[in-house]
Design a protein around this ligand. Sequence first.
Ligand SMILES: NC(=O)CC[C@H](N)C(=O)O
Length: 220
Amino acid sequence: MASPAVKIGVLALQGAFIEHIHVLGRIENVTAVQIRTPAEVNDPTLDALIIPGGESTTMGLVAERSGIVEPLRLWAHQGVKPVWGTCAGMILLANSALQMKIGGQPLLGGLDVCVDRNHFGAQLQSFEMPVSIPVLGEEPFQAVFIRAPVIVSHKPNVTVIAKLEKKNADDEHERIIAARQSNLLATAFHPELTGDSRFHRYFVEMVRTSKLARQQTASS
Ligand SMILES: NC(=O)CC[C@H](N)C(=O)O
């Protein structure tokens, strides 16, 4: 069967959503749409969802006000259709987080990891560096970290896609910057801010594979 055309929703409440839409627009047979309401999240023709980077506290607050937290939670926990969280989106997908906002902030959960929210410190500690991401091929990927989180621990069902060296050999925590758990994908950095569309293509392949599997189940 030919690989199917897919429709990907990008949560557009706050943060770097337009940039994701632009990169997806460069990939063949992909339609990208902005998602702001529960009805849009529940659109049965959506094949996948991206939760962008931005500020997880603000995004969580706006999501609560929009009544979209529960529909998003269902998506992330059902695991039927792929979800990709970048940076703040990765924090929202995590089952737990260190350095949470005092007074609380909503997490969607689903991804069996604990993240450290502002691992590298304040905005000034933003940086970019080439990282090795074997699933994308040999050429390093230029990763942009903006007040980035890292995954410090995870359950065995989570596959590590990329990580940074520990700062010191005896550090107790890992510094994982990309991970996958079945249909959930998470990156600590912002692949939508570089010209390199390899990470988006990797996600689109996940989306096509999962759509094909759903179509085959439906027709069998
Ligand atoms: N660039 C980002 O998405 C930063 C995320 C930020 N650390 C937060 O808590 O939301």
